[in-house]
Design a binder for this molecule. Sequence first.
Ligand SMILES: Nc1ncnc2c1ncn2[C@@H]1O[C@H](COP(=O)(O)OP(=O)(O)O)[C@@H](O)[C@H]1O
Ligand SMILES: [Mg+2]
Length: 456
Amino acid sequence: MVNDMDNIAGTLQQSLIQIITSVLTVIGVFILMLTISWKLTIIALVTIPLSILVVAFVAPTSQRLFGRQQAALGKINDQVEETYAAHTIVRTFNKEEDEEKEFNRRNHQYYQSAWKAQFFSSLMMPMMIFIRNVGYLVVAVVGAIQVIHGQITLGNVQAFLQYTNQFSQPIAQIANLSNTIQQTIASAERIFEVLDEPEMDDKIKETPVLAGKNLPKVEFKDIQFSYTDEPLIQDFNLKAPRDKMVAIVGPTSAGKTTIINLLERFYDPQGGHVYLDGQDIGSMTRDDLRKHIAIVLQDTWLFTGTIFENIKYGNENASDEEVYHAAKMARADAFIRELPDGYQTVPDESASNISQGQRQLLTIARAFLADPEILILDEATSSVDTRTEVLIQEAMNALQQERTSFVVAHRLSTIRKADQIVVVNHGKIIETGNHESLMNQKGFYAALYNSQFAGN
Ligand SMILES: Nc1ncnc2c1ncn2[C@@H]1O[C@H](COP(=O)(O)OP(=O)(O)O)[C@@H](O)[C@H]1O
Ligand SMILES: [Mg+2]
């Protein structure tokens, strides 16, 4: 894509050089023509207003169409960028189909404006050539008559005709430049190729459903997984009871996010099974699976739209009241109402109107509205200012009520209340228990906790 950008820059640079050369050529040739015959020069010059007329008519029209094409392309790019950057969110909220529909709509608009723009701009060149040839012909005929009357030598007419050609060529070239620039846009389309990457295998495995009472909500059973040849997760077993909070802690690169990825089926394990309510998630479609899950990540993702729309993304069928309620539950309502435009505020890219922590509250509100059975918080409080951290902690606690939740956290103070704390290192569980029992063990967890406490 950087390469595409370079292409575009290169073309623009080249075009500028071409325009300068063309203008200089026109001036030079004009002077030379005048030295041969002013009469013939006037005839040759008549082609210029004709050409200008064509340019004046065709160019603005094609430029207008071209502008429309650019705008349509821009809209596509916006959407692609947003959904590509946030594909995790788009997927977990099962919005792939909606986003795809929207993409098709925008793509159709682009198609419509593109072919019109291309058609119109390609009219230019043939028309310019026609005018040039007519001019050439008239100069030749008038020149011939003058030779017959002995007013000019044949050699001069011959030279003049050459100049006529050289004269009109750069003019046609200038007119044609807009075409070249247009073709550069094709470069931008390469971005779309990325999106054409094949989808992950969504094949449904037939596996028996676990039977029995008191099944855990989620169970990882004998999981083996690696991204590369190097084994990462080995013999991983974990039961997450219904409506309880499971905290996953451990050093960076321990495999915490990987475990979450397996639960979301962003990856499938090479060995073992993940069960949801006793059903192997490998036998569910990803859409079905993700209906049960909502996720809040460290990187907050808000799309270009109002705060209201951003929250509503969690559940398009929600009523306005439900959206406000979710915001209240997420402790976001208060700050939203203080904004000049309230729920209609559009969070801007540089986040100058709302803070990182407030953005996080909005994503929590979105998860509230989705009302999932399973909630995943992966380092959700890691990049947040201390002022909003208390609010976020409150909001997350509220969100975890009566829900099975997985919380990955760096700051151990945030997960002290977890029903079950799982300590992982190098893809393996090395300790489990609650805060008290783990502290009493004086093992890895206790050391980690004490080091953080000493640090603060
Ligand atoms: N998509 C991936 N492809 C290859 N390796 C990965 C990928 N994601 C993570 N890893 C590697 O797997 C290990 C565990 O990563 P991760 O689960 O993200 O750790 P944590 O969330 O505990 O910090 C790391 O060494 C990381 O570099
Ligand atoms: Mg991680």
